[in-house]
Design a binder for this molecule. Structure first.
Ligand SMILES: O=P(O)(O)OC[C@H]1O[C@H](O[C@H]2O[C@H](CO)[C@@H](O)[C@H](O)[C@H]2O)[C@H](O)[C@@H](O)[C@@H]1O
Ligand SMILES: O=c1ccn([C@@H]2O[C@H](COP(=O)(O)OP(=O)(O)O)[C@@H](O)[C@H]2O)c(=O)[nH]1
Length: 495
């Protein structure tokens, strides 16, 4: 089978540099092995109307990585604008942070259309397309407009918020209707899938049976596929990484202190302000812990040109400096705060050094850091994961200490409990989590989705041919054509 995977951000196997975000980190090893073509943004833009999109193509395992220069006139409106200042806040239940213009929406649609045209170059008769994330909600519909009748799947890496919150996104109705051009729509959790289906139910008069939506665009199956990691590989990396100079220097610098670790993009969804407040609360309400523990918070800069992110960076820097200034001593800094990224081969060793992993997002699609922290632990003496119940990962990692990230006092208590937890309890909790991580690997996430995509496409086609009303010629929808039959395009029939 030929597979084309599409995402905004891609990762280069050769780069050997810190990953920016879980999507790229998760996809790299599996796409590499699958022989698929992975298409995404190069991070560069190009002026003018491009007849043939410019793509830098390099080998990726048995397949290839194609990095496209996106149109200069639309990149900002698409990425910083509609994707990250309308969809991202809404998907993370922060409709109050939506800031977009009509032009941003136009740019978002332009880039989705541009990507669809660019993908035609990689299309063969047996190609399946797998589109990733909220940057490309309308890409499936754009591909159908170009006559693509092959399987097209979509996976959302973020949460899907309540219908009321998603209803705050400008143009939500036409955008979500366009999503029904996908054969398979994948979510991280049952709650995300249920929220999506209740939006569809409340806005449209389409049949929904067992997660299958039948609309004039065709048949779309909605299903849950929690993304995983390669836990055993991560465990090996962590063991090796203890010899890395960055890790051994950290160990030496601890002088017997315990370590709590947080690793996040600098994003308001990650709950960083509440986390720092909770760590401070733990130290002030339990003075005996002062000097005996510190927090290493890695906060990798992200989407820095967006106002909400810039504000957060300033607020966080001030808060950390205030806590360190008030509580620190000449020989003890309560919070070691870093605005840079580490390669996973080093990160794995940092996780293993820490007695507590602190992962407390206000909302998170999955949160791979939580899974990586668990996988990196020494089985003989594992650390404790303190995990927000609003991270997708909490569904599987339910023997972590689950916390409400809005409850600062509760989090302070949980961190103190984690620091004092006896070995037998730590082992018992860790073994359960590690077993689940092994069973829900990123490899099975990938192959389960691809298998379900084939089935969804086949059964959708079957349903369309057995339903007399589906035998009608392709339906012209407000936003394009249905997938019911190939359409003429540029003088040729594209199949
Ligand atoms: O590409 P960026 O704008 O720099 O952002 C990085 C990625 O952030 C989001 O990651 C999500 O995917 C993870 C893997 O499934 C998941 O664990 C996490 O909860 C999500 O936040 C975003 O969805 C990606 O598109 C970005 O590339
Ligand atoms: O310095 C860093 C910080 C993070 N990461 C990786 O970035 C990903 C973050 O993914 P997660 O799902 O936790 O959150 P996202 O940033 O995608 O919202 C994880 O795989 C981390 O290993 C990394 O390689 N180096």
């Amino acid at each position: 089978m030929n597979l084309v995977v599409v995402s905004n951000r891609v990762a280069r196997a050769s780069a050997n540099e810190p990953m920016t975000g879980g999507l790229a980190a998760a996809l790299l090893p599996v796409v590499e092995k699958s022989g698929a073509i992975w298409v995404g943004s190069s991070g560069r833009v190009r002026d003018g109307a491009q007849r043939e999109p410019f793509a830098e193509i390099e080998e990726l395992g048995a397949g290839a990585l194609a990095m496209l220069d996106l149109p200069a006139a639309h990149y900002g409106g698409y990425y910083e604008g509609f994707a990250n200042s309308a969809l991202w806040p809404a998907l993370h239940s922060r409709a109050d942070l939506i800031r977009v213009s009509q032009d941003d929406y136009h740019s978002y649609r332009e880039v989705n259309g541009f990507m669809a045209r660019a993908l035609m170059r990689f299309r063969k008769p047996d190609t399946s397309f797998w589109i990733q994330d909220y940057h490309f909600l309308a890409l499936g519909a754009e591909l159908r407009d170009l006559g693509v009748t092959q399987p097209i799947g979509f996976f959302l890496h973020t949460p899907w918020a309540s219908p009321a919150t998603m209803g705050c996104v400008p143009h939500n109705r036409e955008l979500i209707e366009a999503m029904l051009a996908y054969d398979l729509i994948g979510f991280q959790t049952d709650e995300d899938c249920a929220n999506f289906l209740s939006y569809v139910q409340s806005e449209f008069d389409f049949s929904i049976v067992d997660g299958v939506v039948t609309s004039p665009r065709g048949v779309s199956r909605c299903q849950v596929f929690p993304i995983g990691i390669d836990a055993d590989l991560f465990a090996q990396q962590a063991q090796k990484a203890t010899a890395h100079p960055d890790v051994s220097r950290l160990r030496k610098s601890l002088n017997g202190e315990k370590l709590v670790i947080g690793v996040d993009r600098l994003d308001y969804s990650k709950g960083l302000i509440n986390r720092i407040n909770a760590f401070e609360r733990m130290l002030t309400s339990r003075p005996a812990l002062q000097r005996s523990v510190s927090l290493l918070q890695i906060a990798t800069p992200s989407r820095g040109t967006i106002e909400a992110y810039g504000n957060l960076q300033g607020d966080l820097a001030r808060l950390v400096s205030d806590v360190n200034g008030r509580l620190g001593e000449a020989d003890w800094t309560p919070i070691r705060y870093l605005n840079k990224g580490f390669r996973q081969a080093v990160l794995a060793g940092l996780y293993r050094t820490a007695q507590v992993g602190l992962v407390t997002p206000l909302q998170d699609g999955m949160n791979l850091v939580a899974k990586e922290y668990v996988a990196a632990q020494n089985p003989i003496d594992p650390g404790v994961l303190v995990l927000s119940k609003f991270a997708g990962a909490a569904n599987e990692l339910d023997t972590a200490l689950l916390v409400n990230p809005h409850d600062v006092e509760g989090m302070a208590r949980a961190i103190a409990t984690a620091l004092a937890m006896p070995l037998t309890e730590r082992r018992m909790r860790w073994e359960v989590m590690m077993g689940k991580l092994r069973r829900g690997s990123v490899q099975s996430w990938f192959s389960d989705f691809i298998a379900a995509l084939g089935q969804a496409h086949a059964s959708g086609r079957e349903a369309e041919t057995s339903d007399p009303s589906a035998a009608a010629p392709p339906l012209k929808m407000a936003g394009g054509w249905s997938r019911r039959s190939p359409m003429a395009f540029g003088g040729a029939i594209l199949q």
